[in-house]
Design a protein around this ligand. Structure first.
Ligand code: SF4
Length: 517
């Protein structure tokens, strides 16, 4: 399947055919929107309208109210944070399993793999490191299983009777959805049939006449949980996972380690070479001074290269172990194109759990040695500088010089040139724009932004929703998989393999160069 076939035109065509198809041939449409896409859309709407940004929840519910109308296709519209919750729970289980194995192949460190940009690179250029990759499905991967497996079953449908579309911050998510792990050969259907970038979702909504500023009666209160109801939400919406706007994988493991450790702990962070995209997190036992966990947030390909060398040296695995691993020519070319124009992008400061400021200034040097000797246990890897809020499929900054125009319905906004077709230099957003999207991402949610900080009031406030999500996740996995370990593995995990040559995905001839972040 060519990724170029996955576009908003495919969805438009589906909607057109939907209304004219006999009921027996109608596939039930589901749209799953990533929170990063919602934040990016909200930033763009605010910039073009001059109004305050819509919260992610309000925007999600307005889109749901609009698309659930029969003439728009009668969509179910959900966000992907509940599937991310399942992904994080499974990541915690995987960490426990691999910690027992210790520092050997397939043990630690775990390199998170929710980013298909990183996975593509690792499979093509760093095959030796694949045993260190997390095998947990990404939030998109698990959403596909939830929709095509669990929800379809509840509705008395087979997986191929559901048309599942996701809205994601990058083009690589299209390639991820095309992986063989996410193909159901029995029903000849993919867990996700079509992936739209945020820009493509925007084009789709505009084509269908969506007005984001029009309030909906459905945007307050709780949506029904009755599965038959098109405006239902069968799981908690927009669950706020503390830590990062790119998945919160590292924060989840730090919280787990801290909460299961006997003594009190504190988190110390240190930026590597002054980069907010390359930060080490040390979890220290405050009684013994021992560093009990060392994690890293590693975003962007420049940092990722250094990570590969570091992990190679620490584990003796891969090209890094033999010296400086070099990117393949194709990847190097992409990296050159993908340079950030205006320097590094700041992320919120991360205090330690005892309120100490970030960094390592003033620490006891004995402890410093301990900190440096500790090898990495877990890395949250993302290919994009600043992570998913800055994905290549996100909305681009709206130029103040651009004139607003009025469409046939009197709806004012600039001529769209975001989304699929964009100039090379516009692939990455500006520092200010990404900061705005990041800010919106964390606003209007049940808990405010938080760095990995297990003792903070933010986490305590969020416990009820997280607890509810935990229970529901367990129930759904039980209903979908029962005691069948193989089914469970298929539902929650994926596999990776070395890719030889330039062809990725095999079927359909998807090339590495064809993929854009
Ligand atoms: S970091 Fe970039 S390439 Fe990776 S999942 Fe996020 S948006 Fe996609």
């Amino acid at each position: 399947m060519l990724i170029t076939l996955q576009s908003h035109n495919e969805v438009i065509e589906f909607i057109a055919n939907h209304s004219s198809s006999p009921p027996t041939e109608i596939r039930r449409p589901v749209l799953s929107i990533s929170p990063q896409s919602l934040a990016s859309l909200s930033a763009s709407i605010a910039a073009t309208s001059g109004q305050a940004p819509l919260s992610l929840l309000v925007l999600l519910r307005r889109i749901r109210a609009f698309l659930s109308q029969p003439e728009k296709g009668g969509w179910r519209v959900w966000d992907t944070t509940f599937s991310r919750h399942l992904s994080l729970l499974e990541t915690r289980i995987e960490y426990q399993q691999r910690s027992v194995k210790g520092k050997e192949k397939a043990g630690l460190p775990i390199l998170a793999s929710a980013c298909p940009g990183w996975v593509c690179y690792a499979e093509k250029a760093q095959g030796d490191l694949l045993p260190l990759m997390s095998n947990v499905r990404s939030s998109q991967g698990i959403m596909g299983a939830l929709v095509k497996n669990w929800w379809a079953g509840k509705m008395g449908l087979t997986p191929n009777e559901v048309y599942h579309v996701t809205a994601m911050p990058c083009y690589d998510k299209k390639l991820e959805a095309s992986r063989s792990d996410f193909y159901n050969s029995v029903h000849q259907t993919r867990d996700t049939d079509c992936v739209l970038t945020t820009g493509e979702l925007d084009l789709l909504l505009r084509d269908l006449g969506f007005d984001p500023l029009l309030p909906s009666p459905l945007e307050s209160g709780n949506p029904p949980t009755d599965l038959e109801n098109p405006i239902s939400a069968p799981w908690p919406e927009l669950i706020n996972h503390a830590g990062s706007s790119s998945g919160s994988y590292l924060s989840t493991i730090i919280t787990h380690m801290s909460s299961t450790h006997t003594n009190p702990t504190r988190v110390i962070t240190r930026e590597i070479r002054g980069s907010a995209d390359n930060v080490e997190y040390l979890l220290e036992d405050t009684v013994t001074g021992q560093v009990i966990f060392k994690g890293s947030k590693c975003y962007g390909f420049r940092n990722l290269q250094n990570l590969v060398r570091k992990v190679g040296k620490e584990t003796g695995i891969g090209k890094g172990a033999r010296g400086a691993g070099k990117l393949s020519a194709a990847v190097a070319a992409r990296r050159r194109k993908a340079k950030v124009g205006t320097g590094e992008i700041a992320t919120p400061a991360t205090p330690t759990t005892d309120g100490e400021s970030t960094g390592i200034n003033g620490i006891d040097m004995t402890l410093a040695v301990n900190r440096d000797e500790k090898k990495l246990d877990f890395v949250e890897v993302m290919a994009c500088p600043s992570g998913c809020v800055n994905g290549g499929g996100q909305m681009k900054p709206v130029s103040g010089k651009r004139k607003a125009e009025v469409d046939e319905e009197g709806y004012e906004r600039p001529i769209p040139d975001e989304g699929v077709e964009m100039e090379e230099e516009m692939r990455w957003s500006t520092k200010d724009w990404v900061a705005k999207v990041e800010e919106i991402y964390w606003s209007g949610l049940p808990t405010p932004p938080s760095s990995p900080n297990p003792n903070s009031s933010n986490v305590v406030k969020g416990e009820d929703r997280l607890g509810t999500a935990d229970q529901l996740a367990e129930k759904i996995i039980e209903e979908a998989c029962g005691e069948d370990e193989e089914k469970r593995a298929n539902f929650l995990r994926a596999t990776f393999a070395k890719v030889e040559g330039d062809v990725l995905g095999g079927e359909g001839g998807v090339t590495h160069e064809a993929v854009k972040w």
